[in-house]
Design a binder for this molecule. Structure first.
Ligand code: ZN
Length: 149
């Protein structure tokens, strides 16, 4: 399932991707639409998207809106999918085995190479992710919003 945000809700993109969801911004010049796609827009702006499956958000804060979306879709944040998606490209990350790390070593601080075993790579931008400070900060942000335990 792909979620399309109206441009008014672009600020929700990062948080929803942290939760592992496939999130895109819908522009008026429409691109491909699949039967399971959902369009999300705030109540105070009328929906110009005529496809089926629109979700209208009544709340105003980021935390409330994300909860409203999860509720509308009957989704629970899945701890296994947390941080499984590139926040920049929206692509699912692929695990990098330690034997495949060699070409990417110069992108990873030495200390991280010595202390971390699990790395993921974005097939789009090539960015390497590991469960370090950045991931912890993202989790803390989701907890702060009351979205994960
Ligand atoms: Zn990426």
């Amino acid at each position: 399932m792909r979620l399309w945000l109206s441009p008014h809700l672009a600020y929700l993109k990062k948080t929803l991707r942290m939760l592992g969801l496939d999130v895109r911004i819908r522009s008026k010049s429409r691109s491909g639409w699949l039967p399971n796609d959902r369009f999300i827009h705030p109540d105070r702006y009328p929906s110009w998207n005529t496809e089926a499956g629109a979700i209208t958000l009544k709340t105003e804060t980021e935390a409330e809106q994300v909860r409203e979306i999860l509720q509308a879709l009957d989704l629970r944040p899945d701890p296994d999918r947390l941080l499984g998606r590139c926040l920049r490209c929206n692509l699912p990350l692929t695990p990098l085995q330690s034997e495949d790390l060699a070409p990417y070593r110069d992108q990873i601080p030495v200390y991280i190479l010595q202390t971390q075993r699990h790395f993921n790579r974005c097939p789009g931008c090539g960015r390497i992710y590991w469960p370090g400070t950045h991931a912890r900060n993202m989790l803390a942000r989701l907890q702060e919003l009351g979205l994960v335990e």
